[in-house]
Design a protein around this ligand. Structure first.
Ligand SMILES: Cc1ncc(COP(=O)(O)O)c(C=O)c1O
Length: 457
């Protein structure tokens, strides 16, 4: 397969590039397996492959690209730094770019946190910011145990992985020395208590309180609790606001620092600038990455200054001063706020949820439709299997994979997640237009129908 694109990419031999990747890169590669695409051009929602095909990208850098690919505001900020002659690498030394990014970030934060917080620039990945948050709270409390939730995803480094739920990834490293107590996350479709709805949320919160109160619960006093307000990799599961408020009350009254991991939910994705703003809670530590770098690598934690018991060098790293990411990030944060993109994500997300429920009703394999803002998920189930007492059917990972393939065939890139990889996830840029959203829905609808037809053959 050979394709000619623009002059910059001359002749790209698609099959050869993909073949070399297969032969040279590790068996752990992920998205590359699902998407045999060699992107050479990208703008907004649209990505053009080396074969000249255009795709609608609803993966958007795993939720990183709040403004889509190559937004002019982002490109302008990057060009400005490049043209200024400023150093591109600055460790954690003060620069005008860092000063400006910090100001832009503080302007967006929940006021109670912004009023009295510290920011730490981490190595440029969400997982390093999670490590920093765990290290900070362990240092501040002198405790080791961490409370984390079923379905959680916090990253791939040792501490973050220990706090994550995916057993397949954790198993080879099961005993990595991190002490984590696992708690049930509210997941209505597959309720851990077999109850579902507000009653289950009450029971879940009550269990947490009981484990922390009972002197014989076996749960050691924790250094922190870490959670996502909407679980992403766990299968797009929003936590109820009332549950989150209750969790905040329980942790606050016991002096347990609450770390909220907003790596994926931040910067307008869920319909508020930060997902904690739906419930109105103020966490003790916010973990931020992905969209805050405006498509370039950047990660920080923001925490109450009372936790700042670190010594100099307690969490260091060479790549904590990416000036291009800070400029792109500041521009993105300001654009998202000025253009009220969180509100746009909320209203478009509501419309998409409604349309996806229509799709659910006219097909057979969509067990659940859920999400918040532009973080949406469809749980794919086996329509021929018997439902459990709450109406949930078993997950159908092969059918979900077939839908992803049918989507790609129709020029739509989206990824799977959740239990058994059976949840179709939509994470489009916040700048997606109504017409583009309709196009995504049409292609997805056709793909579900085609995959169902294929499964029945
Ligand atoms: C909620 C959450 N936390 C942490 C991470 C890890 O971030 P990174 O992949 O940049 O290490 C992710 C990545 O998807 C995430 O979704």
């Amino acid at each position: 397969m050979t394709a000619w694109t623009d002059a910059a990419h001359a002749q790209v031999d698609l099959a050869a590039v993909l073949g070399r990747q297969r032969d040279r890169e590790s068996a752990a590669r992920t998205y590359a397996r699902s998407f045999p695409v060699v992107p050479v051009h990208a703008e907004g929602l649209r990505v053009t492959g080396a074969d000249g095909r255009e795709y609608l990208d609803c993966l958007a850098g795993a939720g990183t690209l709040a403004l889509g690919h190559n937004h002019p505001v982002v490109l302008g900020a990057i060009r400005r730094v490049l043209d200024s002659g400023a150093p591109l690498h600055a460790l954690d030394i003060s620069t005008p770019e860092k000063d400006d990014f910090t100001t832009a970030l503080l302007d967006t934060l929940p006021p109670e946190l912004a009023a009295d917080c510290r920011i730490h620039f981490c190595g440029p990945a969400g997982t390093d910011a999670v490590e920093a948050a765990l290290k900070l709270t362990r240092t501040a409390t002198g405790r080791q145990n961490v409370l984390a939730f079923t379905g959680a995803y916090h990253g791939m480094t040792a501490g973050a992985l220990a706090a994550s739920g995916n057993i397949a990834v954790r198993e080879p490293l099961a005993d990595n020395g991190f002490n984590v107590t696992r708690l049930p996350y509210p997941y209505d479709y597959r309720c851990p208590f077999g109850v579902g709805g507000p009653r289950a949320h009450e029971i879940g919160a009550r269990l947490v309180e009981s484990l922390l109160t009972d002197s014989h619960s076996g749960v050691l006093p924790p250094a922190a609790m870490i959670l996502e307000a909407v679980q992403g990799e766990g299968g797009v599961i929003p936590s109820p606001d009332s549950w989150l408020r209750e969790i905040r009350r329980i942790t606050a009254t016991r002096g347990i620092p609450l770390i909220v991991d907003e790596v994926q939910t931040g910067v307008g994705r869920t319909g508020e600038f930060w997902a904690v703003q739906h419930s109105g809670i103020t966490p003790d530590v916010l973990v931020l990455s992905k969209a805050i770098g405006g498509s370039l690598p950047l990660a920080v934690i923001v925490y109450r200054s009372t936790l700042d018991s670190w010594r100099p060098g307690a969490h260091t790293g060479t790549f904590r001063g990416n000036q291009l990411a800070m400029a792109a990030g500041a521009a993105t944060l300001r654009f998202v706020a000025a253009e009220q993109l969180p509100a746009r994500a909320a209203s478009l997300g509501e419309r998409l949820l409604t349309e996806l429920r229509v799709l659910q009703a006219r097909t057979h394999c969509i067990g659940d439709v859920r999400g918040r803002g532009l973080m949406l998920g469809l749980e794919i189930v086996d329509p021929t299997a018997a439902p459990d007492p709450l109406g949930a059917r078993p997950a159908a990972p092969e059918l979900a994979a077939a839908i992803r393939t049918e989507c790609l065939r129709r020029g739509l890139i989206l990824e799977l997640g959740g239990r058994a990889d059976a949840v179709i996830r939509l994470l489009p840029p916040l700048t997606i237009t109504d017409a583009e959203a309709d196009s995504v829905l049409n292609r997805l609808g056709e793909a579900v129908t085609a995959a169902e037809r294929g499964a029945n053959r």
